[in-house]
Ligand binder design. Structure first.
Ligand code: IPM
Ligand code: MG
Length: 359
């Protein structure tokens, strides 16, 4: 029986609550499928920082590289300088483990969750491949004459051929896999989203994407500038299959896209380096105003657990979690995937677990 070492960090705000439900689902699915796991819990949330002033030490990043996978709840605390703990934990994982793909599936399970008029599950089913280690997140830049009227702030967008190439390749391979899974008349397509008209150096993406596309003659290619892509996502989400884009644009368009599938409460992500330790987290933040009230929607976390199982090769367990979620959402028992659903965080976790068990 396969066994996995999984690092966990509940984090701030609603993070620990949704993590509990994700782990509840993991345990329940492990009971009916053929795998086991050990959890290694890490303390590096913002409360830990407030108490100890300690951020994630390099030695711990080294330890994380030896795990099979990592689950993260959420990071972000009103009493800590914005971005400090996020950079340490989230970017520590993404950059430290070279998790160069941020995979964000956008899949609508039930029409009532979609805010778009006349769109249903057949229209909203695409995946965003967000480059995850470069771009405007590269932390190269700084301030000059800070705090004076002459202040200058510079941030560099870093795009390497290697980064654009490997993200594009992942997107094409994913399109191939989606076509194989869906069969029938599903036509695979990869859309490059950038802003290479105004930000000319982004044409490195245009060229890297085109060079990878040559290896995938059966996959259609498309291109949209990021502003237009936002418009198309609302107008015709069914046009998208796989999107590949830069780190910052991927961050932005996936909040928008998450709304199409029911909101931030349900959107999941995988921070992936194929074949290496990878990290899975809901895309929502720590939502301090909802923390500790048992109102946060845990489905983004549950779906992140599903993505982790799929990544670990536990495809039957992953499918079981997805089916349970799809059944639950399809039943109409969940009016919305957010804090106003009227269903408690732990109760929603229980509802998923009930549907996991074979009858
Ligand atoms: C996300 C988040 C992070 C990001 C923040 C918390 C640093 O918004 O995962 O989408 O910008 O990547
Ligand atoms: Mg974001």
């Amino acid at each position: 029986m396969a066994s996995y070492n999984i690092g966990i960090l509940g984090g701030d705000g609603i993070g620990p609550e949704v993590m509990r439900e994700g782990l509840k689902v993991l345990k329940a699915v492990a009971d009916v499928e053929d795998f086991s796991y050990d959890l290694i819990e890490y303390p590096y949330d913002s409360e830990h920082y407030i108490k100890t002033k300690e951020l994630v030490p390099d030695s711990v990043i080294d330890e994380w590289r030896t795990l099979d996978a990592f689950l993260l709840g959420a990071i972000g605390h009103p009493d800590v300088e914005p971005g400090l703990v996020e950079r340490s934990v989230i970017l520590g994982l993404r950059f430290g483990l070279d998790l160069y793909i941020n995979l964000r599936p956008i899949k609508l399970y039930a029409e009532h969750l979609c805010p778009l008029k006349g769109k249903g599950p057949a229209d909203v089913d695409f995946t965003v491949v967000r480059e995850n280690t470069e771009g405007m997140y590269s932390q190269i830049g700084g301030h000059l004459k800070k705090g004076t009227p002459d202040e200058v702030a510079i941030v560099n967008g870093v795009y390497t051929w290697k980064g654009c190439e490997r993200a594009s390749r992942y997107a094409f391979e994913l399109a191939q896999k989606r076509a194989a899974d869906r069969g029938g008349d599903h036509k695979p397509q990869v859309t490059l989203v950038d802003k290479a008209n105004a930000v000319r150096p982004q044409d490195i993406w245009t060229r890297a994407f085109a060079s990878v596309a040559k290896d995938f003659p059966d996959i259609a290619t498309d291109h949209a500038y990021v502003d237009a892509a936002c418009m198309w996502m609302i107008k015709n989400p069914e046009w998208f299959d796989v999107i590949v884009t830069t780190n910052l644009f991927g961050d932005i368009v996936t909040d928008l896209a998450a709304m199409l599938q029911g909101g931030m409460g349900i959107a999941a992500s995988g921070n992936i380096h194929p074949g290496r330790t990878s990290m899975f987290e809901p895309i929502h933040g720590s939502a301090p105003k909802h923390a500790g009230k048992n109102v946060a929607c845990p489905l983004g976390m549950v779906s992140s657990v599903q993505m982790m199982l799929d990544f670990l090769g536990e495809t039957s367990a992953a499918a079981r979690v997805e089916t349970a979620m799809a059944d639950l959402l399809g039943s109409g028992d969940i009016p919305s995937a957010d804090a106003r659903s009227g269903i408690g965080t732990s109760e929603m976790g229980d509802m998923v677990v009930e549907r996991l068990r074979p009858d």
